[in-house]
Design a protein around this ligand. Structure first.
Ligand code: PLP
Length: 388
């Protein structure tokens, strides 16, 4: 039996955390109302802002997973009577819809999970009038599709709506341009492409959104972005309530690693690794799951494949798990139908090679692939640049 600590984490988060980041958490506690913590918060804000491509003062860092940031964004920007256009083409778009129902009035726009967002359908809803806020997931991890954020940002601007974008599974692994795309609030999580442990959500909220939030009377208490913003202002640089200090140590170390690698290099590494997965699996007859259109793309950070005919995707996941590689299956209605491989954070080409070789063997054992041996060359060629 392979021990837990020897398993390779290849899920779309949580991901393997570099040793340096784990060690950072072993430091002693400090006063969270002191200069030392402020310096940590300040540096986390500055580096995060570079990744979101926005101003450092727009960044708030919350103790809580990605969903905490999603809830803060939806809840702080909307009163119950405000109409929220919730774009859904997967599990996390659906989560935004559920949150929108709690804090505002949902106008759902649902596409089959795995299908692309149709811009004409979005514009039709906006033209019907009165939409205050649009929510969308940039990188829909449940289906491995990249949704058209710049295009939705342009539509939000045209119709005067606020735009909330989930970049939970793409920030640090794909190109995000909050200011250029007209995103009012963007949200990420620590346990995906940043390769930190789970438990922190980073929110980028621009001036327009912050001014509007002041007028919202039903803002959540613990997740009040107005309070976070005030505490993170120039003189304080802290959080309104006691933060998970150890997770802040880890986040800072993880963000420093991103800086050392360089964002462009990191995005390219993510791209080449997902492309290698796609090239290798399609070469052995496995179909990719997402249906793309002219404005969508395959995810830069996770790949979703259809389970081959007659095979349950959960069985592929279980067989991989036995071989020591932890991948993901489908969620909810996609359970059994697809399987997913993450290539996020600190994942290396070697991790990708190992995963593909084990997958090929599993598919061989299931009688789907005739003989192992094809995937390594194909993936190696795609990732050749990473070996230079
Ligand atoms: N959004 C996306 C795209 C995700 O992939 C996830 C987690 O998998 C979430 C939101 C929710 O984040 P968390 O599980 O950290 O609350």
């Amino acid at each position: 039996m392979i021990k837990t600590e020897d398993k390779l984490m290849m899920m779309p988060g949580p991901v393997e955390v570099p040793h340096r980041v784990l060690m950072a958490m072993a430091k002693p506690m400090i006063n969270h109302r002191g200069k030392e913590f402020s310096a940590i918060y300040d540096e986390c804000q500055t580096i995060s802002a570079d990744l979101f491509k926005t101003k450092a003062e727009n960044i708030s860092i919350i103790t809580g997973s990605g969903t905490a940031g999603m809830e803060a964004a939806v809840g702080c920007l909307n009163n119950k009577s405000d109409k929220i256009l919730a774009i859904e083409n997967g599990k996390f778009g659906q989560r935004f819809k559920k949150l929108a129902g709690k804090y505002g009035t949902v106008v759902p726009l649902e596409f089959e999970w795995g299908k692309s967002v149709d811009l004409a359908a979005v514009e039709e809803k906006l033209a019907a009038g009165d939409i205050k806020t649009i929510t969308m997931v940039h990188n829909e991890s449940s289906t491995a599709i990249r949704n058209p954020a710049p295009e939705i940002g342009a539509l939000a601007k045209k119709y005067g709506a606020y735009f909330i974008l989930d970049v939970v599974s793409s920030l640090g692994g794909d190109d995000i341009r909050v200011d250029d795309w007209g995103v009012d609030i963007a949200v990420t999580g620590s346990q995906k492409c940043l390769a930190a442990p789970p438990g922190i959500s980073i929110v980028a909220a621009g001036e327009r959104a912050l001014a509007e939030m002041e007028k919202v009377t039903t803002r959540p208490y613990y997740l009040d972005l107005v309070a976070y913003h005030k505490s993170a202002s120039k003189d304080l640089k802290e959080t309104p309530y006691t933060p998970a200090v150890s997770l802040f140590y880890a986040l800072l170390e993880a963000l420093r690693i991103v800086t050392e690698e360089g964002l462009e290099n990191r995005i390219e590494r993510h791209y080449l690794m997902t492309q290698a997965v796609r090239d290798a699996v399609t070469a052995i007859g496995i179909e990719m799951f997402p249906h793309l259109n002219e404005v969508s793309a395959y995810s830069n950070t996770v790949s979703a494949m259809k389970a081959p005919a007659g095979i349950n995707g959960e069985d592929i996941k279980k067989a991989m798990n036995k071989r020591g590689v932890i991948i993901s299956g489908g969620q909810d209605e996609l359970k059994g139908k697809i399987f997913r491989i993450g290539s996020m954070g600190a994942t290396t080409p070697t991790n990708i090679m190992t995963t593909l070789a084990e997958l090929e063997q599993v598919l061989c054992d299931m009688g789907v692939v005739e003989a192992p041996g094809a995937v390594m060359d194909i993936a190696g060629e795609t990732m050749a640049k990473l070996y230079e």
